[in-house]
Design a protein around this ligand. Structure first.
Ligand code: NZQ
Ligand code: ZN
Length: 387
């Protein structure tokens, strides 16, 4: 097992009806509140008014920033930061999907900063502070409610990059299954793929042997696949929605990778370029890219991917199987499962032509977090995703 440190200060409150307590939780950090939400789902489900009432009953003065889009834009973050300064906001409440939470995290940083906020995404400066943030997530996917990340699309430069900082751990995150009952089937499936990819990316590239982390990761993957199917079959199942929410938080909350050592997230780096260009949903892009990255790693990390195939995807090992053959059967089975829950599995389905691959690969290699993922490697992986 490799050396590790583990720290996650976010207080999770899980339960049906816990949404009513958002006012009380937020008021613990200040009374001047910026409520950040998405485009329309929160109003359509009727929870927007209830959230505002809960905040007001707790004595908060509420300013609202609505309209966060999937693949969230930097421009709205800058508008939100300006609003924070003008209204002397003390705490931010984010209610929505990962895009809403990431916008709120970026606003929390930008509100206290006087420089160019994009510097943080380019890794040119280090984040030194942020307003406190309370979140209530309405879909199981990113784990943003339980981690240090925010991913934002800079529409001026065409870059979709991330920040990572302890300062943007939410203070409190409420997971209430009632809020995700309205999530449509496609987003439910894409969210499940995102959860799975957060686990698989680390699992398949871990240099260290950490058997307990492997088992935690495998359990989280199996539960995600089980509850995703259940949520698609019975969208009103609070049990399925609740289990998926917890899988999502666990997947990217840091628990699974303790002892694995440094891992890589190439599917994410590649997908962020694709969703920045095509505006596809993050999970849809991952459904196409992740199996291609798994296939790439099946060559050098065959033993780990063979373990995944057997323990998670239920692939049988025959006496004459090589680890690579087993790994590849696992990847193909996973791809079939992705298609069975309604996900795209080829670049063409995302509107990306084969002729565009070299240009995508060139841009992917420019991501400050690309590391060993150079243009040649990105191109090889993308070619696996053609058909
Ligand atoms: O905007 P509204 O109207 O709310 O609709 C949203 C949006 O159209 C809808 N939705 C959310 N909850 C709903 C609902 N519709 C009905 N009922 C509900 N309960 O779903 C659509 C997608 O929302 P979005 O927030 O974009 O989805 P997701 O949570 O998948 O977030 C994706 C973003 O997070 C980034 C992705 O790159 C992408 O930009 N990521 C963030 C990470 C993090 N912070 O740790 C890690 C991830 O790997 C990922 O990169
Ligand atoms: Zn993701």
């Amino acid at each position: 097992m490799r050396s590790f440190q583990y720290h996650n200060p976010t207080r999770i409150i899980y339960g049906e009806g816990e949404y009513k307590n958002i006012g009380k939780e937020v008021a613990g950090f200040g009374s001047k509140v910026l409520l950040v939400t998405g485009k329309s789902s929160l109003k359509r489900s009727g929870y927007f008014d209830q959230v505002v009432s809960s905040l007001r009953e707790a004595g908060c003065r509420v300013s609202v920033l609505e309209g966060v889009e999937p693949n969230p834009r930097l421009e709205l973050c800058l508008k939100g930061a300006e609003l924070c300064r003008r209204e002397r906001i003390e705490v931010i409440a984010a209610v929505g999907g990962g895009s809403v939470l990431d916008t709120a995290k970026t606003i929390a940083v930008a509100a206290l900063d006087t420089g160019d906020i994009w510097d943080f995404f380019l890794c040119k400066r280090k984040i030194t502070g942020a307003l406190p943030l309370v979140t209530m997530v309405t879909m199981a996917a990113t784990g943003s409610e339980f981690n240090t990340n925010a991913v934002i699309n800079n529409e001026q430069t065409g870059q979709k990059y991330a920040i990572h900082s302890e300062h943007i751990f939410p203070k409190v995150s409420i997971l209430d299954p009632l809020l995700s009952l309205s999530l449509p089937a496609d987003q439910t499936a894409y969210g499940a793929v995102d959860i799975l990819s957060h686990i698989i990316e680390g699992y398949q590239t871990a240099p260290g042997k950490a058997p307990l982390s492997d088992r935690i990761a495998e359990a989280a993957m199996k539960e995600t696949m089980l509850w995703a199917r259940r949520a698609l079959d019975a969208p009103q199942s609070k049990e399925a929605r609740g289990n998926l929410l917890w899988c999502s938080s666990v997947a990217l909350g840091g628990w699974t990778w303790n002892g694995w050592g440094p891992t890589t997230f190439h599917a994410h780096t590649i997908e962020h370029e694709i969703s920045a260009a095509t505006n596809c949903a993050h999970g849809a892009g991952l459904a196409v890219v992740l199996p291609a990255v798994m296939r790439f790693h099946s060559r050098n990390n065959a033993a780990k991917l063979a373990q995944l195939a057997q323990r998670v995807f239920g692939v049988t090992r025959y006496w004459n199987d090589t680890a690579e053959a087993l790994a590849l059967r696992g990847v193909n089975g996973f791809k079939r499962w992705l298609a069975s829950i309604g996900c795209p599995v080829t670049l063409g389905e995302l509107g990306v032509e084969e002729t565009q691959i070299p240009e995508y690969a060139r841009k992917i290699a420019l991501n400050p977090e690309a590391g060993e993922l150079d243009a040649a490697m990105a191109e090889e992986i993308l070619r696996f995703a053609v058909g």
